[in-house]
Design a protein around this ligand. Structure first.
Ligand code: IPM
Ligand code: MN
Length: 359
């Protein structure tokens, strides 16, 4: 029996709805495999600002430090998006959390599911077989540099990277490429940015240590095009914080819905798992949010605990839902299911139905 403590930050908008379904699936895993997962719900984001004035209350941070893993729904609220002068913002909570937990690598797998090929606006033959892993740097770059206003009313955001910040995530990306198809693409803007030239330098210096990995370099503008023009060329993509944010939302078009993409953030201490989508406030409370991205984030969490069979079981259950069309409206407009129905179906597959993880 494995016993783990998971801090749950459901957050804002659709966050609580998708987390509820993900925990349902985790409970099904616990029941089927005899594990114990204890959940500790804490506030982060706009809900935390409302309750405490602080997007990342100290109690939340402490709970995360002492957990075995953190599961996050989503944060953000339009009332802050439309108020550029708001002094406190939900996103500050997430950024401070990532920084405090040392989560320097955000790993975002992108898969084209065969049964959903026709749901992508991209041509099926172009995306079929896509399987890429994006390593997005998460605690440096323009997100965390000096920012502010000058006396003349201009604004600035500094982008800084140290050699160490680049090297530690680059090593993870190289190692991942070694276990996959042996191909690493560094996405940067080295024709313009000094930080990008440092990324290239560091990656070029590391490359000889990973002889089984073939390294490519792409400028981010070209990469943005290549990702949807010919996604199958990519195996592991390594990139800085902001480029990774943008490229991964774009890549979700290949899967067919932003609501399908999970992520794992790892680094020095406890790991955090979250869907790549935002809080989608327009959908909150309507039962139309896709819980699969969060459920697949739970699969990544299980894998992180070393529970490979459990993770595979969750993924197989998701495949079953995709195959059976038990999906939210953006993926099944004719016979839409609710967030709750999709979650329950997947949990049911995990608990009762799937005899073998690779059914
Ligand atoms: C993400 C989100 C966040 C980011 C926001 C909410 C700060 O877009 O996780 O991709 O930009 O990192
Ligand atoms: Mn994003």
């Amino acid at each position: 029996v494995l016993s783990k403590k998971i801090t749950v930050l459901a957050g804002d908008g659709i966050g609580p709805e998708v987390c509820r379904e993900a925990l349902k699936v985790l409970d099904a895993v616990a029941e089927r495999f005899g594990h114990e997962f204890e959940y500790d719900h804490q506030l982060m984001g706009a809900c935390a600002i409302d309750a405490t004035g602080n997007p990342l209350p100290d109690a939340t941070l402490q709970a995360c430090y002492h957990a075995d893993a953190v599961l996050l729904g989503a944060i953000g609220d339009p009332k802050y998006d439309n108020d550029p002068s708001a002094p406190v913002r939900p996103e500050q909570g997430l950024l401070r959390l990532r920084k405090s937990l040392g989560l320097f690598a955000n790993i975002r797998p992108v898969t084209a599911y065969d049964v959903l090929l026709d749901h992508s606006p991209l041509r099926a033959e172009r995306i079929q077989g896509t399987d890429m892993l994006i390593f997005r740097e998460l605690t440096g770059g323009i997100y965390f540099g000096q920012k502010g206003r000058t006396e003349d009313g201009s604004a600035y955001d500094h982008c800084t990277y140290s050699r160490e910040e680049i090297e530690r995530i680059a090593r993870l990306a190289f190692q991942a490429a070694e276990t996959r198809r042996g191909h690493l693409t560094l996405v940067d803007k080295a024709n313009v940015l000094e930080t990008s030239r440092l990324w290239r330098e560091v990656v070029q210096q590391l490359a000889p240590e990973y002889p089984a990995v073939q390294v490519d370099y792409l400028f981010v503008d070209n990469a943005a095009m290549q990702v949807i023009l010919n996604p199958k060329q990519f195996d592991v993509i390594l990139t800085e914080n902001m480029f990774g944010d943008i490229i991964s939302d774009e890549a979700s078009v290949i899967a067919g819905s932003l609501g399908l993409l999970p992520s794992a953030s790892v680094g020095s201490s406890v790991a955090l798992f979250e869907p790549i989508h935002g809080s989608y406030p327009q959908a909150a409370g309507k039962g139309i949010a896709n819980p699969i991205a969060t459920i697949l984030s739970v699969a990544m969490l299980l894998e992180h605990f070393g529970l490979l069979q459990e993770a595979d079981t969750v993924r197989a259950a998701v495949q079953k839902a995709l195959h059976d069309g038990v999906l939210t409206p953006e993926l099944n407009a004719d016979q839409p299911h609710t967030t709750e129905q999709v979650g329950s179906y997947i949990a049911f597959q995990v608990a009762e139905r799937l005899e073998s993880p690779l059914y």
